[in-house]
Design a protein around this ligand. Structure first.
Ligand SMILES: Nc1ncnc2c1ncn2[C@@H]1O[C@H](COP(=O)(O)OP(=O)(O)OP(=O)(O)O)[C@@H](O)[C@H]1O
Length: 324
């Protein structure tokens, strides 16, 4: 059985101006010990999807479909069970570590907190575990006594990873875990994540704008556009031989060192992603698509097979399939 199964998941935010369909009909599975990368430009719904997995969305979000964690639907779970799932079974590492760390509490106390809250360790054992976790993420034990502002961005991100690992979860969701870091530190934190998930058999969902980063760390890739998965398959295949024109553009978008904005603008693509409240008819990508056909303005293509273990939502992917 898969560790995680998303079945037709949708998320709609209700705001004063109307409804924002941020995630639309996403179905994905993640096996135990596997790593799935979720790619897409800003606004494509990646973070909304990640937050939905642990029911961390604001109250104005309505979630549909099923999110099965070990066969148990997260969306209908009682709150008590949901609280037990967070940290202990699945935990999230956020972008830039600014959301997760309390500026006025020592690092060691913050790493120990999920262990103590979940009753998984007494204070003495928790202190030992903190030392072990700091070591695992490459920080000296004395850092337990530091405050977040005494650490560099990369060190703070390591602390977030230590917190996520504290309760030995089966799944870690990493939302842009390295975006705010400079390139050298980024590479170190990425190889740390890669190492930890491989060594400890943890499943990983990693979210990024950067397809090359995801292809390096993950076995499978899902590319999102305007709230939908438009391509899914083995990482190397999707990265090197993308079927969907949007994935191709993302794969060709090499980030400029030290310029986070360049990471968000896929090369060769004009225009911006659509406003989810005003999605174009047909394929949502057609106004920006370099190879759009006339029918793309009216035909909203579902994901269909595009090779072994692969799916893509594009008329061109279908054409290939029919020929072969
Ligand atoms: N609380 C909210 N209320 C209303 N709309 C929201 C809310 N949060 C996100 N959205 C909208 O939902 C869509 C998806 O946003 P989301 O943050 O999930 O995308 P993303 O791919 O993670 O982008 P980024 O990489 O910038 O974080 C966007 O159009 C965004 O404006």
């Amino acid at each position: 059985m898969s560790l995680l199964e998303l079945d037709d998941v949708s998320v709609t935010y209700r705001i004063a101006a109307g409804e924002v369909p941020a995630v639309r009909g996403v179905s994905l599975t993640l096996d135990s010990g596997a790593a799935l990368g979720v790619a897409g430009e800003s606004g494509s719904g990646k973070s909304t999807l990640a937050m939905a997995l642990l029911r961390l969305l604001p109250k104005d979000a309505r979630v549909g479909g099923r999110i099965l964690l070990d066969g148990d639907d997260v969306l209908t779970m009682k709150w008590g069970r949901m609280r037990a799932v967070r940290w202990a079974e699945a935990s999230i590492v956020f972008q830039g570590a600014q959301h997760g760390l309390n500026p006025v509490r020592k690092i060691g106390d913050q790493i120990a907190e999920p262990l103590l809250v979940h009753g998984l360790a007494k204070p003495d054992a928790a202190r030992k575990r903190v030392t072990e976790l700091l070591e695992q993420v490459g920080l000296p034990a004395w850092r337990a006594r530091s405050y977040p502002h005494e650490l560099s961005g990369g060190q703070r991100q390591r602390v977030m990873i230590a917190m996520a690992l504290a309760c030995s979860p089966r799944l870690i969701i990493a939302d842009e875990p390295t975006t705010a870091l400079d390139v050298m530190v980024q590479a170190q934190v990425l190889s740390l994540i890669k190492e930890l998930v491989a060594e400890q058999g943890i499943s990983l969902i990693m979210i990024s704008h950067d397809l090359s980063v995801l292809a390096d760390v993950c076995d499978q890739l899902a590319v999102m556009y305007a709230g939908r998965v438009v391509e899914h398959g083995p990482s190397r295949e999707v990265f090197h031989h993308a079927e969907h024109p949007y994935s191709k553009a993302l794969a060709a978008a090499f980030p400029t060192v030290g310029d986070p904005v360049s990471r968000m603008a896929p090369k060769g693509l004009g225009g911006d992603p659509p406003d989810p409240m005003q999605l174009p008819g047909g394929c949502s990508f057609h106004p920006r698509c370099p190879v759009a056909l006339e029918e793309c303005a009216t035909l909203d293509v579902e994901l269909w097979p595009a090779g072994p273990g692969r799916t893509a939502a594009c008329v061109h992917a279908r054409a290939d399939e029919e020929v072969s």
